[in-house]
Design a protein around this ligand. Structure first.
Ligand code: NDP
Length: 255
């Protein structure tokens, strides 16, 4: 019987994979035999991470850099990847940012920046990559949401709005793309220590809150997101579409 989770010979673009969750997701796909494009805004960093991963795994990897919030840069960047590597079989829309402020002082520029990166960026890259997927009649798109797709928190309203949007972006893309044999799903992580959250993890009060609020009693390890991604990137999920899987140690399951 064929392995439903087989990824050998496929190519994935993981946006924002120069570090943190994206890097762990890219490494997890490479460990399953999938070629990966390491991406971020910093071209040198993307190339360095790609060649380090290639040396370690022997899997085809390459670096790519473009700002996901810049429509022209996205179109050119995706076209360059396809010209160099051929089809993008799996897109992981992971690039994201966070801005924190008391509501009264929240600069509108930060609102724009968060929505442009986390929501518009995911739309733009999906739109660009979907063109080839539609032609081939297959493809997998996995958007990275957050527990804030479902739960509000003080001081991060634009982030929560952007991540709530990712859930409906996923459903909208499913409606557009499912008829073409493409699956679009989302993974919503709980709390994981990365550059994005390291200042929170260093705050004893916040750290205690995460441990108390998460039924598993701890922060997640970025490797713990890989299983859901392999499922959603492979034939194992061919009839799963428009869904969001919360990988959060139970946080969104309990009050
Ligand atoms: P990091 O800050 O560690 O990494 C973010 C990545 O995104 C980097 O590779 C960064 O590269 C890239 N990036 C940021 N902005 C852009 C942009 N405009 N264009 C292209 N690339 C960009 O974050 P995490 O790994 O923690 O987060 C990854 C995703 O997971 C985000 O969507 C985040 O919202 C989500 N998430 C994280 C959680 C956590 O606990 N850490 C919890 C829930 C969700 P560069 O700066 O070089 O462009």
């Amino acid at each position: 019987m064929t392995d439903l989770f087989e990824l050998h010979g496929r190519t994935a673009l993981v946006t924002g994979s120069t570090r943190g969750i994206g890097r762990a997701l890219a490494e997890g796909l490479a460990a399953a035999g999938c070629g990966v494009v390491i991406h971020g805004r910093n071209a040198a960093q993307a190339s360095a991470v790609a060649s380090e991963l290639h040396d370690r795994s022997g899997i085809p990897t390459t670096g790519a850099s473009f700002d996901v919030a810049d429509a022209d840069a996205v179109a050119a960047g995706v076209a360059r990847i396809e010209a160099e590597l051929g089809a993008i079989d799996v897109l992981v829309n992971n690039a994201g940012i966070q801005r924190r402020s008391a509501l009264a002082d929240f600069p509108v520029e930060w609102w724009d920046e968060v929505i442009a990166t986390n929501l518009t960026g995911a739309f733009l890259v999906a739109q660009a990559v979907a063109r080839g997927m539609v032609q081939r009649g297959q493809g997998k798109i996995v958007n990275i949401g957050s527990v804030q797709s479902l739960l509000g928190r003080p001081g991060i309203t634009p982030y929560a709005a952007s991540k709530g949007g990712v859930v409906m972006l996923t459903k909208g893309l499913c409606a557009d793309l499912a008829p073409h044999g493409i699956q679009v799903n989302a993974i919503a992580p709980g709390y994981f220590i990365t550059d994005l959250t390291e200042s929170l993890a260093a705050d004893a009060q916040f750290d205690a809150w995460v441990r108390q609020r998460t039924p598993a009693g701890r922060w997640g390890s970025v490797d713990e997101l890989v299983g859901a991604l392999r499922f959603l990137s492979s034939d194992a999920s061919n009839f799963v579409n428009g869904q969001t899987i919360y990988v959060d140690g139970g946080m969104t399951a309990v009050v």
